[in-house]
Design a protein around this ligand. Structure first.
Ligand code: NAD
Length: 285
């Protein structure tokens, strides 16, 4: 049976992309955030993304973008999730906030509704423990920008059932995604490696070994990466990088994950990267 009705929690960088991707692939979406202002901005960002998507990738060009946006119900009211089949949660990478969200979802959603957590580093087993349905909780680590990235890292928590994995694969297929399923440990495969690389690259800039531009140039020119680690950090969001390193540091109790002081300083100064126009680079917003 196709999954048709999906709740998306959080209308930030990732939630907007997930909602857009779902609506584009003919799902009915309920998109939740905490304020009407955030939702209004999300609606206009999604509309613009749909209008200009074809500029970057001709095969992704869409004509009927107004109809697609109509498939997304934007609301601050969690009770609108009472009859969705599947939830993809994308709230900020802070465990106390996510924990409260899962406790609320557990009360509101149908008992067979699957909860997929889009997190950078938080253990899916821990997420499952915040609910009375740990077998229905799974990790779906989407890549940014979601509508343009084919691959999703799927994480099997300690109690995640095979049926939940199969239903999640089905939904991802409906969204035109491929996936790799991995076992649960904080940071999974991708961010256990990537966050260390990004953090060390920030140390290099702080220690005045090289400028951000030169660090990135080395990764692009010498290793053939599409983007250097600091461009990647700006794309993800420096706040999200810091919160993810905090999660990894706390989860493993290992000093190798200590966030670089320059990263903390930039986040304190409000430099979040692409999402608000300034990080290691400027984005002219
Ligand atoms: P973001 O800061 O852009 O957006 C987070 C959104 O969550 C905000 O709009 C905020 O208002 C909303 N929010 C906070 N509390 C809420 C609540 N109680 N109910 C509903 N909405 C709430 O962050 P993001 O980059 O979109 O990251 C979201 C999640 O996805 C994080 O867990 C992050 O680690 C993960 N992630 C991020 C990336 C990336 O490249 N940015 C990639 C993969 C996964």
């Amino acid at each position: 049976m196709n999954i048709t009705h999906v709740g998306v929690i959080g209308a930030g960088v990732m939630g907007k992309g997930v909602a857009q991707n779902l609506a584009q692939t003919k799902h009915k979406v309920v998109l939740i955030d905490i304020s009407e202002d955030i939702l209004e901005k999300a609606k206009s960002d999604i509309t613009n993304n749909l209008r200009f998507q074809g500029f970057f990738n001709k095969s992704k060009q869409v004509e009927n973008y107004e109809d697609i946006v109509e498939n997304i119900q934007l609301t601050t009211d969690y009770s609108k999730l009472s009859d969705v089949d599947f939830v993809i949660e994308n709230v900020v990478e802070k465990w106390p906030i996510k924990e409260q969200v899962y406790q609320d979802l557990d009360k509101i959603c149908k008992t067979d509704c699957i909860f997929a957590c889009n997190t950078s580093a938080i253990s899916i087993t821990r997420v499952g423990s915040a609910t009375n349905r740990p077998s229905l909780v799974i990790g779906t680590h989407f890549m940014n920008p979601v509508p343009l990235k084919a691959m999703v890292e799927v994480i099997r928590g300690f109690h995640t059932s095979e049926d939940t994995i199969e239903s999640t694969k089905k939904l991802l297929q409906q969204m035109d995604k491929e996936c790799v399923v991995v076992n649960d440990m904080p940071g999974f495969v991708s961010n256990r490696v990537l966050m260390l690389t990004v953090n060390e690259a920030i140390f290099l800039v702080m220690d005045n070994v090289a400028s951000a531009e030169d660090v990135d140039k080395i990764f692009r020119s010498c290793f053939g990466h599409k983007m250097g680690p600091l461009e990647t950090a700006d794309l993800i969001g420096l706040d999200t990088i810091l919160y993810s390193l905090d999660v990894l540091y706390e989860s493993y109790n290992d000093p190798k994950f200590r966030p670089c002081p320059l990263l903390k300083k930039m986040v304190d100064a409000g430099l979040y990267g692409q999402k608000n126009g300034k990080g290691f680079y400027s984005y002219g917003k």
